[in-house]
Write a protein that binds this ligand. Structure first.
Ligand SMILES: Nc1nc2c(ncn2[C@@H]2O[C@H](COP(=O)(O)OP(=O)(O)O)[C@@H](O)[C@H]2O)c(=O)[nH]1
Ligand SMILES: [Mg+2]
Length: 341
């Protein structure tokens, strides 16, 4: 995951460290040090000598903007090349710059610690908090109705199956609504997943009104005290009026508690732009980014929450049912900065 960006970020980390190390005055060239190594009476007074040494190690230094200008420019290019959205890139750069140059530092501070903490803080600052679905389901009135939406082929149906499995493993009861009545093979696909997972699917025949299917699914959940309804839907584009109207009807009929926008991390900036459009037109409460396992860049994962103002809930990291991980900002940053978990 994100291996291309990770390698380049680590190079920049090294360059920032090199530049910063140059700004730290070596302890023995400081005026205080020259004073003690002179021939004055201080030299013979050991208590004074140790006092001066404390002064030296306590001395402060500044990192000036010009000291880090070049690596910061390079960092900006790297983020943009890896599909981090422009405003998000600018935000990260501004945060790194402010963190590194904003204050006095003690000479004793480790340079790599300074750099890692600045990069870490800057990226965490744009990643948002994530979304803990389990707590949401546990705390919310049942059934919790979750509508999955997004464009075709990004992994909605697979995600519905993965989330169903995740909830089931964590002690929640689940029913799936086969709301993609549009695409050939969609009903069989969800049926196969649900069969393997031992989860009930509510479905009508192909071509049926998805609102009716999902209405029935909610009724089934209410009658059987099921914790969560996961509604699969057909893929659609925000600019296709008929499908958007259909989605609007689904929303009115099903009254979802959560609308989850699904897109693929590998789509990079396209995913961010689409998510933004969906959020504005349909609304979205959270995002799932699939195919993060195939994404060397990480741009969408870094940009999407900050751009649309909604949290990322899960990352999809493969085709198996367990290949889904709750989005953890700390874990993503560790992955990017090469800190082993
Ligand atoms: N590598 C990988 N493939 C995925 C992931 N999620 C979904 N896929 C694959 O993407 C393809 C489309 O998935 P599907 O769920 O049918 O997409 P939908 O059209 O949005 O419902 C399938 O071949 C899935 O196995 C993921 O996280 N990683
Ligand atoms: Mg599907």
């Amino acid at each position: 995951m994100f291996e291309g960006l990770r390698a380049r970020l680590q190079k920049i980390q090294g360059k920032l460290e090199e530049n910063i190390a140059k700004t730290v005055p070596p302890a023995d060239s400081t005026p205080e040090n020259r004073a003690v190594s002179g021939t004055g009476p201080e030299e013979k007074d050991p208590s004074l000598l140790s006092r001066v040494k404390v002064l030296i190690t306590d001395r402060e230094f500044f990192i000036a903007e010009k000291d880090i200008e070049e690596p910061l420019f390079e960092l900006e290019m790297i983020l943009l090349e890896n599909d981090v959205a422009l405003p998000v890139t600018e935000e990260i750069i501004q945060r790194v710059r402010a963190d590194l140059t904003g204050r006095r530092r003690k000479i004793g501070e480790s340079v790599d610690g300074i750099v890692v903490s600045a990069l870490r803080g800057a990226i965490l600052g744009v990643l948002g908090q994530g979304f803990d679905l389990l707590s949401y389901v546990r705390d919310h009135e049942k059934p919790v109705k979750i509508l999955f939406t997004g464009v075709n082929g990004t992994g909605k149906t697979t995600t519905v199956a993965k989330v169903a499995s995740y909830l089931k493993k964590n002690g929640c009861t689940v029913v799936i609504g086969a709301g993609d009545t549009f695409r050939a093979g969609a009903l069989e696909q969800i049926e196969v997943h649900a069969g393997r997972l031992g989860i009930k699917v509510i479905q009508h025949q192909a071509g049926a009104d998805p609102s009716a299917v999902l209405f029935d699914t909610v009724q089934h959940a209410e009658a059987n005290r099921i914790d969560a309804v996961l509604a699969d839907t057909a893929g659609r584009f925000h600019n296709r009026a008929n499908l958007m109207n259909q989605l609007d009807k689904i929303r009115r009929v099903m009254k979802p508690d959560l609308i989850v926008y699904v897109d693929e991390a590998v789509a990079g900036n396209d995913a961010v732009v689409r998510a933004h459009e969906f959020e504005k037109t349909v609304g979205a409460d959270a995002v799932v980014l699939t195919k993060a396992d195939m994404d060397p860049k990480g741009g969408a994962a870094i940009s999407i929450a900050h751009t649309i103002g909604k949290p990322v809930m899960f990352l999809g990291v493969g085709q198996g049912y367990d290949d889904i991980i709750p989005f953890s900002p700390d874990r993503v940053v560790d992955e990017l900065l090469g800190v082993s978990a």
